[in-house]
Design a protein around this ligand. Structure first.
Ligand code: GDP
Length: 412
């Protein structure tokens, strides 16, 4: 088994944002850096630039599926589409249900906007661990610290500021990493998606960086007893200790790491991917999913393990012009084989699993089976609609315990 497939190395995430904050651009850059669009360094430089520009022209075409898989530093990142529009509240709730963590993208000029506020509150309701990316710092009027303050005032969040920007607007060239106190800069031809240079913190930012590093450690001490104890004793923290504490605080929902940059100008995206891997949970880090028996009452749990009976939740139905009806499913426990018979426990119907697909941004891959933690698309389900549980016929469970705001039909 490849390391990236091990459950501990899987990150099922959503990207949430107010419309225009840069969700699409950020997702595209993630696919670019993770080599989905093309492998950086593997193609001739001229061809790489051409591909990159062609991709720019085809904006939006790459992200058509409800879930997209990519890899970053030995980890699998599955991006589950989270609708940004308020009209899709039920869909937002459903997507929040199947992801383990999220990145909230903010417009660095507008700060916290109404739709981010809505989806943030929904994510609070489902205890989704979140980090924040303050985007568009290259724009006129960008103000990183104002945006951070809005997270406190409007979202009641506990921001863990992990970076401060180096320059804003046209002068935005990078970030200071407050964990290991170094500067990451992108000074060259950013259209090629170059890697960052690691430099000393610029002298004019030394005080700001020291001040925000202190705030980072204070906030961590506030939310983490182990950090508090050592902090009070005046102990030194290693980079690993700080990262472990940030991870604990994020997964526990006690704080939100904040990073920044400009997705459009390719600044800040790689460190943001590092943070997804370092701080957001794997399926093993979240509590076992709680459901009920088919009576709708008896509590039942399913752990994220291949040795548990199969259970999964259908969260999106899409029609593909070649494949027909595709049911996107999060597998919570066990193993699902193509061709097998399962039960739709929500509707009390048998279903035969057709082909199983792993969906990527621009291609699909047939798989013979799927396992706990996977997000896949299944062909051939006839009766299943979103929100339905599919499970092992011998071990039925109903996972969807949420009551969705479905319309109420009154009978006179
Ligand atoms: P979405 O609605 O959240 O998916 O936003 P998009 O990714 O489509 O971005 C909306 C607009 O903002 C587009 O014109 C993008 O090119 C632009 N944009 C996105 N990120 C940045 C950024 O970092 N800097 C600047 N200046 N523009 C950006």
């Amino acid at each position: 088994m490849a390391a990236a497939d091990a459950l501990a190395n899987v990150r099922n995430i959503g990207i949430m944002a107010h419309i225009d904050a840069g969700k699409t651009t950020t997702t595209e850059r993630i696919l670019f850096y993770t080599g989905i669009t093309y492998k950086i360094g593997e193609v001739h430089e001229g061809a790489a630039v051409m591909d990159w520009m062609a991709q720019e022209q085809e904006r939006g075409i790459t992200i058509t599926s409800a879930a997209t898989k990519c890899e970053w530093k030995g980890h699998t990142i599955q991006i589950i589409d989270t609708p940004g529009h308020v009209d899709f509240t039920v869909e937002v709730e459903r997507s929040l249900r199947v992801l383990d963590g999220a990145v909230a993208v903010y417009d660095g000029v507008a700060g916290v906007e109404p739709q981010t506020e809505n989806v943030w509150r929904q994510a609070d309701k489902y205890n989704v661990p979140r980090m924040c990316f303050v985007n568009k710092l290259d724009r006129t009027g960008a103000d990183f610290f104002r945006c951070v303050q809005m997270m406190v005032d409007r979202l009641n969040a506990t921001p863990l500021v992990l970076q401060v920007p180096i320059g804003l607007e046209a002068d935005h060239i990078g970030v200071v990493d407050l964990i290991d106190m170094r500067a990451l800069t992108w000074r060259g031809e950013t259209q090629k998606g170059e890697d960052y240079a690691v430099e000393e913190i610029p002298a004019e930012l030394a005080d700001t960086a020291a001040e925000w590093r202190e705030k980072l450690m204070e906030t961590l001490a506030d939310v983490d007893d182990a950090v508090m104890e050592k902090y009070l004793e005046g102990g030194e923290f290693s980079v690993e200790e700080i990262k472990a504490a940030i991870r604990r605080a994020t997964i526990a929902g006690k704080a939100n790491p904040v990073l920044c940059g400009s997705a459009f100008k390719n600044k800040g995206v790689q460190p943001m991917l590092d943070a997804v891997v370092d701080f957001l949970p794997s399926p093993l880090d979240i509590p076992a999913i709680e459901g009920t028996g088919t009576d709708g009452e008896t509590p039942l749990q399913r752990k994220p393990s291949t040795s548990e009976p199969f259970s999964g939740l259908a969260f999106k139905i899409q029609t593909d012009k070649h494949l027909g009806k595709l049911t996107y499913m999060r597998v919570y426990s066990g193993v699902l084989e193509s061709g097998s018979q399962v039960v739709n426990s929500t509707k009390d119907r048998k279903e035969r699993i057709g082909k199983i697909y792993q969906m990527h941004a621009n291609k699909r891959e047939e798989r013979s089976s799927a396992k706990a933690g996977d997000i896949i698309a299944v062909q051939g389900l006839k009766q299943t609609t979103t929100g339905d549980t599919l499970c092992d016929p011998a071990n039925p469970v109903i996972l969807e315990s949420m009551t969705f705001p479905e319309p109420v039909i009154e009978v006179a």
